[in-house]
Design a protein around this ligand. Structure first.
Ligand SMILES: N[C@@H](CCC(=O)N[C@@H](CS)C(=O)NCC(=O)O)C(=O)O
Length: 230
């Protein structure tokens, strides 16, 4: 059976999104595509119900029963909210951003910029997961030396040069977007936010974003809470 936990207290942000969401996700500590949705809930002060499935349980049982009933692709995260089911992590974030009237650009150009960075982070996550879970010896080491270096350099160059992000900490300078969360989460899951940001020594612009994310009031509280599982 999955574990279920109530998190937080109902707030005005819950009213804006239409209630208290239930998020179904694998028990990947505080990592993965589902975690970034949780992190946005935490930041926005959204109370939520956290349902976690162990991988064995998911693949042997719940994938074909509970999850596939809600989501045709049978993947997670899946969010139930007010009798509706939401699927696909990053479109979900954009949906909540619009409902909260926050976490996104104010113009087409700003939104394009946030979506662009989200897309790079999404491609990166796909390759990270493949390498991390590969049965082939050294595949993850090859990933870190190859693709990961390239994508870090590309992101550093993008953020340092872009008119919206070059002067502030977030993608839109002082204003945080859903894509900052997506980028933060892959940097976290790759182990680049810990150990004094050792893995980000060559990427000062990305380090600035990570520092600013972890200084956000509710993110900071979350990282210091027992809900943060590493
Ligand atoms: N594009 C989907 C990808 C979802 C996805 O691949 N989720 C993984 C976990 S991060 C999953 O459900 N894996 C288990 C499975 O495929 O059964 C999204 O962003 O929601």
């Amino acid at each position: 059976m999955p574990t279920t936990k109530d998190v937080g207290t109902k707030s005005a942000s819950n009213d804006k999104i239409g209630g208290i969401p239930t998020i179904h996700y694998l028990n990947f500590l505080s990592r993965g595509r589902g975690q970034v949705v949780r992190l946005l809930f935490e930041d926005a002060g959204i109370a939520y119900v956290d349902v976690r499935y162990d991988s064995d349980e998911h693949y042997n049982q719940s994938k074909q029963s509970i999850i596939k009933k809600m989501n045709p692709t049978a993947t997670m995260p899946v969010v139930e909210l007010n009798g509706r089911v939401l699927t696909q992590s990053y479109p979900m974030l954009r949906h909540f951003a619009r409902q909260l009237n926050a976490y996104d650009g104010a113009t087409d150009d700003e939104r394009y910029w946030a979506d662009l960075v989200c897309d790079i982070a999404s491609d990166w996550r796909t390759l990270f997961v493949q390498a991390f879970f590969s049965k082939e010896k050294d595949e993850y080491v090859r990933h870190c030396e190859g693709y990961r270096k390239d994508v870090l350099q590309a992101l550093e160059r993008h953020l340092s040069g872009n008119e919206f992000s070059r002067d502030g900490a977030f993608l839109l300078g002082e204003r945080v977007t859903y894509a900052d969360f997506v980028l933060y989460q892959i940097l976290h899951d790759e182990g680049l936010t810990k150990d004094g940001r050792k893995g980000l020594e060559e990427y000062p612009r990305l380090r600035k974003l990570v520092d600013a994310m972890e200084e956000r009031e509710n993110v900071k509280k979350f990282l210091q809470s027992d809900r943060y599982l590493g």
